[in-house]
Design a protein around this ligand. Structure first.
Ligand code: 6PG
Length: 245
């Protein structure tokens, strides 16, 4: 089993981070289209990726062969201000390029468990496989508590090794979520973290130090089985890395 290849790139600020992420995504899209005829990307939610999605809206690419998924979603309607689908649509997807039938929204507004099962079926159909779906790129963010996607410390979804998509109750948010599981993330050709802001600095230092005491943080479970692990961070988020001996 080829171990994953880890790369950490520190960029000056969120704009530079978004520009580098755009370049990395477009480069991997070209490779995927050449090798597999399609590019399958799972988008991160939250606020950090918004700048990247705006840059993708302006980019030139063969979007007609892109398939867009979401690595997690809040259980709200698509027009809700909390919706990751809404954020990505307003920043990029609604402005054309990727065919609507190739934008795969998580329908979490009804029942989270049913939505997770439906999304898993939708992924299997899109990949034409019931084996592990290997996304070309899975975009992820990181919370200051070490969560990623909607995999939060101490949740059952974090321990789910049977499914690729899981429903989860997040006590600290008092909210249901639908999320990729660790196996779905680690099967990717490339997992790309985007982390910005000084509020992430302490956790970034903790999770990158790599000692076993930190293994319980969900972010630490992201170890691509046979792919790349790329950390794109801004200077503020990386501000405590320099303190490492
Ligand atoms: C979500 C995300 C979540 C996010 C982190 C970082 O749905 O909220 O998937 O994992 O990436 O919480 O969020 P920010 O980019 O807003 O800091």
């Amino acid at each position: 089993m080829t171990p994953h290849r880890l790369q950490l790139v520190s960029l000056a600020d969120p704009s530079a981070l978004a520009a580098r992420a755009r370049d990395e995504v477009l480069q991997r899209a070209e490779c995927a289209l050449a090798e597999r005829g399609a590019f399958r990307i799972a988008l991160a939610g939250g606020s950090t990726p918004r700048l990247l999605y705006r840059l993708l809206a302006e980019a030139r690419a063969d979007f007609a062969r892109w398939h867009v998924f979401f690595s997690d979603e809040r259980c709200v309607p698509p027009q809700h201000e909390e919706s990751n689908f809404r954020m990505a649509s307003e920043a990029w997807l609604a402005r054309g390029g990727v065919p609507g039938a190739q934008i795969h929204r998580v329908r979490g507004e009804a029942d989270a468990t049913a939505a997770a099962a439906e999304y898993e079926r939708e992924i299997a159909l899109a990949f034409r496989t019931t084996d592990v779906p290997r996304f070309d790129v899975v975009l992820l963010g990181m919370g200051a508590d070490g969560h990623t996607a909607s995999l939060f410390p101490g949740t059952t979804a974090l321990e789910d090794t049977r499914n690729f998509v899981a429903a989860t109750w997040v006590e600290k948010l008092a909210a249901h979520r639908v999320t990729f599981t660790v196996p779905a993330i680690n099967a990717a050709h490339c997992v790309m973290f985007m982390v910005a802001g000084v509020d992430k600095a302490a956790m970034l230092r903790t999770v990158l130090r790599g000692d076993e005491a930190q293994a319980h943080y969900p972010v630490r479970r992201v170890q691509p089985t046979n792919g790349e692990l790329l950390w794109l961070v801004d200077r503020a988020a990386a501000s405590e890395l320099a303190h490492d001996d």
